[in-house]
Design a protein around this ligand. Sequence first.
Ligand SMILES: Cc1cc2nc3c(=O)[nH]c(=O)nc-3n(C[C@H](O)[C@H](O)[C@H](O)COP(=O)(O)O)c2cc1C
Length: 147
Amino acid sequence: MPPSAPTAAHDVRLPCAKVLGAARGRAKAFRPESVVNISGMSFGSLSGNAITALNKGAALAGCLQNTGEGGLSPYHRNGGELVFQLGTAYFGCRDEHGRFSLDRLKDLVAGAPVRALEIKLSQGAKPSLGGLLPGAATWASGRSWPP
Ligand SMILES: Cc1cc2nc3c(=O)[nH]c(=O)nc-3n(C[C@H](O)[C@H](O)[C@H](O)COP(=O)(O)O)c2cc1C
């Protein structure tokens, strides 16, 4: 801000005009703190370090990080709040047969700072029918990803 502006030397908040969930009376309706947020980029397409950096940045900036469709990894748990993206492959909320599991989704959301869900109905630039990540990833514990 120019030194003469009324908000010079202050942090300037720019919350969303819309209260998410208000129109349908959701119990956890909320107004996002920022209109500028971090768009969906999956762990697997981005490294663990990159996801960690973005999540810590979201916490510092007071904005939301969209997980992308690759699931909610340990790297998403660094204090930043999340939008969980549910894509065509249901990563993070599949049952043992690979089908969508509402119970797993509920558990996932209950165990992480997920403020909203984004349902991705279709696929853009990724190969094939979507839900494919370019390669398998592992995280620090040696477990493979996506779950
Ligand atoms: C590495 C990478 C991974 C992405 N993964 C997802 C994803 O999982 N889900 C999604 O909806 N979009 C995904 N996107 C698309 C971004 O969310 C965004 O829409 C796109 O990059 C366009 O924004 P930009 O012009 O600022 O890059 C991904 C983009 C990148 C670069």
